[in-house]
Design a binder for this molecule. Sequence first.
Ligand SMILES: [Zn+2]
Ligand SMILES: [Zn+2]
Length: 149
Amino acid sequence: MDTLSNIFREKKLKLTPQRIAVYKYLQSTVEHPSAETIYKALHPQYPTMSLATVYKALKTLVEVNLVQEINVGEGNFRYDGNVCPHPHIQCLGCGRVDDIEGVCFSGLNEKVKDYTNYEVLTNQVYFYGLCTCCKDNTNLSTESSIEDK
Ligand SMILES: [Zn+2]
Ligand SMILES: [Zn+2]
């Protein structure tokens, strides 16, 4: 709690209950929730907090780099309490987003420098696939459609 107020003071941010709630929620999950998911999760505890407030809190937190905004496509924004650059994988079946751990992409910036005149500062790497649940469901539906015939 003390560190959080320090971080906010450093960023010259007012420590509002809404910002704290959103920030803490993102620190507590690895699920890369959307603003709507955050809103629903916080609603029981903060019944007066609107979805617009959640969006505003997120925008502020992203601006001061306390939260990472990830755009997994089609304007589908997700939020990540881990602001270190790391690769993500999204399920095309259910839309869940996971971190890819154990693969290091930090060398990628250096590598990309060889192919461009840019000073490479950061990168966002996304992979797309099917999570275990969706893979199993696909298998099941294929099997049942075979049985139907
Ligand atoms: Zn899935
Ligand atoms: Zn992540």
